[in-house]
Ligand binder design. Structure first.
Ligand code: NAD
Length: 366
């Protein structure tokens, strides 16, 4: 089979980590004979520099025509002071909103070899395995009015948190369906003691839960959840939450895995088209140094094969390769420090090569 993949490397470490993801997809092509038709396009700051628009029309068109999209990261200090509609991050909102990719899936899993890379105690984070399902096209990031205005000589700013019943229903179904293939528990996170959107959220999630009698549903306030994630993360199976809460909680949860560089994500809509990206940003502090951890991007490629191309076996092989390479103690800089399991410090490129080696040979020899 042949599949069309739009590749948007973006800014900072984006191109470095995306190159490793592409290397891995090409090794899957070589081993299994699948055909990935890869086409590159501009996004984020580099697109502002070259086209005056963080999401040029031709980039959006390519994404629309493709089976799946792989994105690196966008943004950086060079573009920080532009007006908000011209900032690199607008491209992400444009892609998510424009392609109706309303469900963001972020797995939080501990690797045994990385148990000492996290600042949290090993006994707290051992065997953690949960998924955050974040609503991605509603809430504060999209609600209108969103503006700044002046009244009586003083500036005011407003962002609007809006959710419709339908938006909550469809994301709740994603969470319950995923929980059915896991440990059958959904924790819905809101702030229903204060926010009207959260009260509607809670009612609708309760209603949808009746369609999934095999799933245990619990509700948790977001402030408590942020504490529980570092206090007792093993209690979670699937966390379901709205856009802003999910953004913040998933960065917090990244600490469990040892590095933000480890975490992949998938953004999905009604069909099989999806946007796949590591959860980290463009990391300007380490860009261009060949030290960034590419595993979040490589694991995003596994997600791409699983959710958009339905190539489960190949997705699993990539995940197995990542686990194997880490078990052997090959770590990028972010994982290496203070980790007794570390055997060799490797660069971004070397990490990509090791994953490819495992995929192609089923082993890694020094
Ligand atoms: P960041 O995720 O880029 O970096 C936070 C810290 O994590 C930095 O110390 C960085 O060096 C480290 N880090 C991130 N990814 C890493 C990797 N793969 N390997 C090793 N270390 C890694 O977040 P930030 O510093 O808040 O933001 C930098 C820029 O990225 C900003 O312009 C921000 O708007 C943008 N951003 C983009 C996205 C995206 O494209 N999806 C997401 C978040 C932030």
């Amino acid at each position: 089979m042949s599949y069309k993949i739009a590749v948007l490397p973006g800014d900072g470490i984006g191109p470095e980590v995306v190159n490793q993801g592409i290397k891995v997809l090409k090794s899957i092509e070589r081993v299994f004979g699948d055909k990935f038709e890869i086409e590159y396009a501009l996004v984020g700051g580099i697109a502002i520099d070259e086209k005056g628009n963080p999401l040029p029309d031709e980039t959006f068109r390519l994404c629309k025509e493709s089976d799946a999209i792989l994105l690196g990261a966008v943004g950086g200090p060079k573009w920080d002071n532009l007006p908000s509609q011209l900032r690199p991050e607008q491209a992400l909102l444009g892609l998510r909103g424009g392609l109706s990719l309303y469900a963001n899936i972020r797995p939080i899993k501990t690797y045994n070899s990385l148990i000492f890379s996290s600042p949290l105690k090993p006994e707290i984070i051992k065997d953690v395995d949960f998924i955050i399902i974040r609503e991605l096209t509603g809430g504060l990031y999209f609600g209108k009015p969103k503006e700044r205005y002046k009244k009586n000589g003083e500036y005011f700013a407003v962002d609007s948190m809006i959710y419709s019943e339908k938006e909550i229903e469809r994301i709740a179904r994603v969470a319950f369906s995923i929980a059915q293939k896991r440990r059958k528990k959904v924790t819905s996170v809101d702030k229903a003691n204060i926010l009207e959107t959260s009260r509607l959220w809670r009612e609708v999630v309760e209603k949808i839960s009746k369609e999934y009698p095999d799933i245990l549903l619990e509700h948790m306030y977001v402030d408590n959840c942020s504490m529980q994630i570092v206090r007792n993360p093993r209690q979670f199976d699937v966390i379901l939450t709205e856009n802003t809460f999910g953004d913040i909680l998933s960065d917090e949860a990244a600490v469990i895995t040892g590095s933000i560089g480890m975490l992949p994500s998938a953004s999905l809509g009604e069909g099989t088209k999806g946007l796949y990206e590591p959860i980290h940003g463009s990391a300007p502090d380490i860009a261009g140094k060949n030290v960034a951890n590419p595993l979040g991007t490589i694991l995003s490629c596994a997600f791409l094969l699983r959710y958009s191309l339905n190539l489960e076996e190949k997705a699993k092989l990539i995940e197995e390769a990542v686990e194997k390479v880490l078990d052997l103690g090959y770590f990028t800089q972010d994982l290496y420090v203070n980790n007794p399991n570390a055997k060799r410090l490797v660069s971004t490129e070397e990490m990509g090569d090791l994953i490819v080696k495992y995929i192609e040979r089923g082993e890694i020899n020094d």
